[in-house]
Design a protein around this ligand. Structure first.
Ligand code: C6P
Length: 412
């Protein structure tokens, strides 16, 4: 098991004071902080290796290309993909899901089909499907969620008819932290002839994830939530599915050949091999280098340890929050069912006011509906405050958070 106090030494930002208090960063579900190792990898790339990739034959371009391809290899190993051909670099989870919608959905979904999502999806796993359904005429249906924030598996079985061609499911809810049994869901979906797209934005940074074990067809995640830079993320897809898909964006790098026929005055285009077919234009090379450093950092800690640490903090926080008499916590109280995310409200306060008051104690949390409005509607609340933990958070910080909340409760 790692020592979170030692881990903290790698994160320069954690030395900051905010409003005269030591910074407590509890907004990790929105984005994580970055360790020195990632910051230095990015700096070193720009100082020593910066060039475009897959284009020139000069030394710098070869070095940058090697680093860029190595990042695909690292990401593939991290999630247990069979090869780097299954790893497409995108800007983040949102772009990864849009890629599936337009490269797969646009060409495979018909009017009579259905896409099955759930009421706990982040908007980025709802909106692309609703937009596409307007173009193609298929229906998007939503699996129900129980009042404790867990998925209603009976509702899932009810909705999973042969009309369903794709199941879109978040691995971990960004509001409640609830972990969904995506392995079982993938099995059920496949028995029914549907593909499975897993939104791994809140799982890949926090627990071991193996795509071959889950047997999902697609997995989307963002580098910035797992110690990496913003602007880089991953779409994993099974090779045989990616091979049959049309490209997403058109441009340089994603083609093998564009030949102009002088008689017809048209261009004939053939696509590049995987994964470059889906990576049009100059990619975020530096982001990829930062992602490699982030993955190596997490691997050195061990993803099982990351999960255990967060589970411990969550269990401790849930127990201590019971001392706050005006605080209502949403989602299950059993920390083993979830990752380190705790949504709550304080009686008499708007969630944004709670976040602002906590900020005056140097504590950063998120407030609002966290891009998951249908789930808030299901829980019959318009918004919530949300504390979310990561590898550098400590029980001591949870104590200060609870003490601050107790003082805030007294102000009304
Ligand atoms: N959730 C949060 O505060 P991007 O923005 O593309 O990196 O990730 C989108 C996304 C998709 N799915 C889930 C489950 C997510 O949690 C997120 C991002 C942040 O909860 C920002 S809204």
């Amino acid at each position: 098991m790692f020592d979170p106090y030692k881990v903290r030494e790698d994160f320069p930002i954690l030395k900051r004071k905010i409003n005269n208090h030591p910074l407590i960063y509890f907004d990790n579900a929105a984005t994580s902080q970055k360790p020195r190792q990632v910051i230095e990898a990015v700096k070193e790339f720009y100082e020593k290796h910066n060039a475009n990739v897959h284009r020139a034959v000069h030394t710098l371009s070869m070095e940058a290309t090697e680093l860029y391809e190595e990042a695909h290899e690292e990401a593939a190993k991290f999630i247990g993909a069979k090869s780097m051909e299954e790893i497409v670099f995108v800007r983040g989870t949102t772009e990864a899901i849009n890629l599936v919608a337009y490269s797969w959905g646009l060409h495979n979904l018909k009017r009579e089909d259905e896409v099955l999502a759930t009421l706990m999806e982040h908007h980025s796993n709802i909106v692309p499907w609703e937009i596409l359904s307007k173009i193609k005429g298929f229906k998007v249906k939503y699996v129900d969620v129980n009042l404790d924030g867990t998925l209603n598996y009976e509702s899932l079985k009810e909705f999973l008819t042969p009309k369903v061609k794709l199941v879109c499911i978040t691995h971990v809810s960004n509001v409640t932290g609830v972990i969904n049994d995506v392995k079982t869901i993938a099995k059920l979906a496949h028995e029914n002839g549907a593909l499975v797209l897993v939104d791994g934005a809140q799982s890949v940074p926090h627990m071991p994830v193996n795509v071959q074990d889950l047997d999902c067809d697609f997995l989307a995640f963002s580098g910035h939530k797992m110690l990496g830079p913003t602007g880089i993320g991953v779409l994993y897809g099974k090779r045989e599915i990616l091979e049959k898909m049309e490209p997403f964006h058109g441009g340089g790098e994603m083609i093998r050949e564009v030949s102009f026929n002088h008689e017809t005055r048209r261009c004939k285009i053939s696509w590049n091999e995987l994964p470059w077919k889906f990576e049009a234009g100059t990619p975020d090379v530096c982001g990829a280098v930062g992602l490699t450093a982030a993955i190596r950092y997490l691997k050195a800690l061990g993803m099982d340890n990351v999960k255990t640490h967060e589970c411990d903090l969550t269990e401790y926080a849930l127990k201590r929050l019971k001392e706050c008499l005006k605080v209502t916590v949403y989602g299950p109280y059993d920390a083993s069912l979830k990752c380190g995310i705790i949504p709550f409200n304080v009686e008499g306060f708007n969630s944004h006011d709670v976040a602002l008051l906590l900020d005056s104690y140097g504590i950063m949390i998120r407030s609002g509906f966290h891009c998951a409005q249908p789930l808030h509607q299901k829980l019959r609340i318009s918004s919530s405050a949300r504390a979310s933990f990561y590898i550098y958070n400590t029980r001591e910080e949870v104590d200060r958070f609870v003490e601050a909340l107790k003082e805030i409760e007294q102000t009304l």
